[in-house]
Write a protein that binds this ligand. Structure first.
Ligand code: FAD
Ligand code: SIN
Length: 540
C-alpha cells in the first residue's frame, strides 16, 4: 500500500451525478473525486437528446409524472417520480446559472425537443451534444473550486467496509458502514486507500456487459459489482434498456454511435430495408412509443427479414433544419458516406441503460451507512421497468442534490476517527500468457449476454447464460485473487459479476414487463410481480 488519502467526501466518478454532488458537498468540507480515465470520459459526455423537465407554463408536472409512470410499466415508485418531476426544473435552472448553454429559440426561450413516451415537447438540450455541454459546465465549476480535488486515472477496486477491519470478520460483524475505497493508481500500478466520512458511488452504467452498446468503454459495471460484493441491496437488474436506434456501421471504429431518439421526435420514420413503415403495426404511438416497445418491434422485424438493420428515414426533413438540430449526427453520417438528404440511416438496437442498480431511498442512501449512490448506478425507483427518455440526467441531478441535502441536515464538523483498515494484499505477479486466455472471457460474456439475455428472453436461454456466466465469473475471481491487479482485470471481474446479477434477476422475474420480455411468461402478472427484484449478497 503506497498511499492513504482522506477527505470529508469521496466521490467515485466524474459524470453528472458525481460532479453535481461534489460541487454541493464542497460547501461543507473537502471533496476528493476519483475517476478512472480522463475527467470528461463518462456516459454523461455522450448524452445526446437532453434532459426532460417541465420548463414551460403550458406543460404540467402531472403530464411528466404520467408519461414516466406509463413508460415504467407499473413498477415506478410514484412518490419518487413526484419528487423527480417537481424538483427537476429547479435543478435545470441551477445548471443554467452555472453556465450551461442550452439551445434556445429566436425569442430566447428554451428550445424543447420531443422523445419517445413523452406526450409533448419537454426535452432541454444543447443541439445533439447535450451531455458534452453539461459535462463541460460542471467540470469548469469543479476546476474553479479549491475544495475539490479531482484525480484522474484512479480505478476504484473495492469498497472498504467492516470486513476490512482486522479481526472484524471473525467477530461476525455485518457490513454496516462504508469507510472508503481501495483504488488502483492506473499509472503507478499501486493500490491506494481513500477514506472519507461520506462516500458517493456515481460510477455510471454497465453497457459494456453487452457486445453492442451505446455506452463508452468506461461503462464496465464497476459500481454495481463493488456494491454487491460489499453487501448492499441491489434492485431490478433485469431491466436493461436497449436503445432502438444505434447507427449500424460495422466498419466504424471507436464503438457504437447513437442516433438520438429526438430524431424520431423530429419526424424520423422507421422503415424496413424494403421501405415499409412498420411501427404503426406495433403501437398507436408509432415511432414515439416508449423505447422497450420500439426496440422489440425492431428486433422482431430483423428476425423476420434476416436483415442486419432497419432504416431511420429523415430524407423528408428539410436538410437545414436537420443539420441545425442534429449537427453531430449529420456530420458522423456524412463521414461514413450516408447523405441524410437522400439516404436513410441504418440503425439497430444496442444496450443503453441499466434501470436497476444499487437501491437507494429518496435521499440517495444505500443499505450501507455512509455509502450513497446517485445517477445510473442507483435504483431510486424512478424508472420502474423501463426508463422514459431523458429522465436519466434529470434523475442524477435531482437525487445528487437530495443526497447532499440529507447529509447537510446531519452534518457536524470535526475530525473523523477511522478504524484501523487492513492493507491491500498485493497478489502475485502478472502473467501475460495467462492473462491472454482470461481476456477472452470478456468477449465471451458480452456474446453470451447479447445472444441469451437480450431484448427477448426465455427460460432455456437464461439458464444457459447463468451456467456459463457463473463458470466464467468464478474463474475470473480465482485469477483475480492470485495475480497483480490491472484496470482490465478489475473491469472484467465487474462485468462478469454484473452479468450474473442481470441473469439471476431475469430468471427470478417470471412475467414480462417493460424491458424484461420472456417467451415463457409473455404476460404481465401484477398479482405476483408488481414488485422490485431485490438481490443482496450474504456477506458473512
Ligand atoms: P457517468 O456519466 O457514466 O459517469 C460515471 C463516472 O464514473 C465516469 O467518470 C467513469 O469514468 C467513472 N467510473 C466508473 N467506474 C469507476 C471506477 N471503478 N473507479 C473510478 N471511476 C469510475 N440520458 C438522458 O437523460 N438524456 C440523454 O440524452 C441521454 N443520452 C445518452 C446517450 C448515450 C450515447 C449514452 C451512453 C447515454 C445517454 N443517456 C442519456 C444516459 C445518461 O447519459 C447516463 O445515464 C448518465 O449520464 C449517467 O450519469 P452518471 O453520472 O451516473 O454516470
Ligand atoms: C437519446 O438521445 O436518444 C438518448 C436519450 C436517453 O437515453 O434518455
Amino acid at each position: 500500500m503506497s498511499k492513504h488519502h482522506t477527505s470529508d467526501f469521496l466521490v467515485l466518478g466524474s459524470g453528472i451525478a458525481g460532479l453535481t454532488f461534489a460541487l454541493k458537498a464542497a460547501t461543507l468540507g473537502s471533496v476528493t473525486i476519483i475517476t478512472k480515465k480522463e475527467r470528461a470520459e463518462s456516459n454523461t459526455n455522450y448524452a445526446q437528446g437532453g434532459i426532460a423537465a417541465v420548463m414551460e407554463e403550458t406543460d404540467t408536472t402531472e403530464g411528466h409524472l404520467h408519461d414516466t409512470l406509463i413508460a415504467g410499466a407499473g413498477l415506478c415508485n410514484r412518490n419518487v417520480v413526484e419528487v423527480l418531476v417537481n424538483e427537476g426544473p429547479e435543478r435545470i435552472h441551477e445548471l443554467i446559472a452555472m453556465g450551461t448553454e442550452f439551445t434556445r429559440k429566436a425569442d430566447g426561450s428554451l428550445d424543447l425537443g420531443r422523445e419517445g413516451g413523452h406526450s409533448r415537447n419537454r426535452i432541454v438540450h444543447a443541439a445533439d451534444l447535450t451531455g458534452r455541454e453539461v459535462e463541460r459546465a460542471l467540470l469548469q465549476a469543479v476546476a474553479n473550486n479549491p475544495r475539490i480535488t479531482l484525480l484522474e486515472h484512479f480505478t476504484a477496486v473495492e469498497l472498504i467496509t467492516e470486513h476490512h477491519i482486522p479481526g472484524a470478520r471473525t467477530m461476525g460483524v455485518r457490513h454496516r458502514n462504508c469507510y472508503g475505497v481501495y483504488a488502483l493508481n492506473n499509472r503507478s500500478g499501486n493500490i491506494e486507500m481513500f477514506l472519507a466520512r461520506r462516500i458517493l458511488l456515481a460510477t455510471g452504467g454497465c453497457g459494456q456487459v453487452y457486445l453492442h452498446t451505446t455506452n463508452p468503454a468506461i461503462a464496465t459495471a464497476d459500481g454495481y459489482a463493488m456494491a454487491y460484493r460489499a453487501g448492499a441491496v441491489l434492485a431490478n437488474m433485469e431491466f436493461v434498456q436497449f436503445h432502438p436506434t444505434s447507427l449500424y456501421a460495422p466498419e466504424r471504429k471507436g464503438g457504437t454511435f447513437l442516433i438520438t431518439e429526438a430524431v424520431r421526435g423530429h419526424g424520423g420514420i422507421l422503415r424496413t430495408r424494403s421501405g415499409e413503415r412498420f411501427m404503426p403495426r406495433y403501437d398507436h404511438r408509432a415511432e414515439l412509443a416508449p423505447r422497450d416497445i420500439v426496440a422489440r418491434a425492431i428486433d422482431a422485424e430483423l428476425k423476420r427479414s434476416g436483415d442486419p438493420s432497419v432504416l431511420l428515414d429523415v430524407t423528408h426533413i428539410p436538410f437545414d433544419d436537420f443539420q441545425q438540430h442534429f449537427p453531430n449526427i449529420e456530420a458522423e453520417c456524412a463521414r461514413l458516406g450516408i447523405d441524410v438528404r437522400t439516404m436513410p440511416i441504418p440503425v439497430v438496437p444496442a444496450a443503453h441503460y441499466q434501470c436497476g442498480g444499487v437501491r437507494t431511498d429518496l435521499w440517495g442512501r444505500t443499505s450501507i451507512n455512509r455509502l450513497y449512490a446517485c445517477g445510473e448506478v442507483s435504483c431510486t425507483g424512478v424508472h420502474g421497468a423501463n426508463r422514459l427518455a431523458s429522465n436519466s440526467l434529470l434523475e442524477a441531478l435531482v437525487f445528487s442534490h437530495r443526497a447532499f441535502n440529507k447529509i447537510q441536515e446531519e452534518w457536524c464538523g470535526g475530525e473523523m476517527a477511522y478504524p484501523e483498515i487492513a492493507r491491500w494484499n498485493d497478489r502475485g505477479m502478472f502473467n501475460i500468457e495467462e492473462w491472454i486466455v482470461v481476456e477472452h472471457d470478456r468477449r465471451e460474456i458480452q456474446q453470451i449476454m447479447w445472444d441469451l439475455v437480450g431484448i427477448v428472453r426465455s427460460n432455456a436461454r437464461l439458464v444457459r447464460a447463468a451456467r456459463r456466466a457463473r463458470l466464467i465469473r468464478d474463474e475470473i475471481e480465482e485469477y483475480f485473487r492470485r495475480t497483480k491487479i490491472t484496470v482490465e482485470l478489475i473491469e472484467l471481474r465487474n462485468i462478469a459479476e454484473t452479468a450474473l446479477l442481470i441473469v439471476e434477476a431475469a430468471l427470478t422475474r417470471k412475467e414480462s414487463r417493460g424491458l424484461h420480455f420472456t417467451t415463457d411468461y409473455p404476460e404481465t402478472d401484477d398479482p405476483l410481480w408488481l414488485r422490485d427484484t431485490l438481490i443482496e449478497k450474504a456477506v458473512l
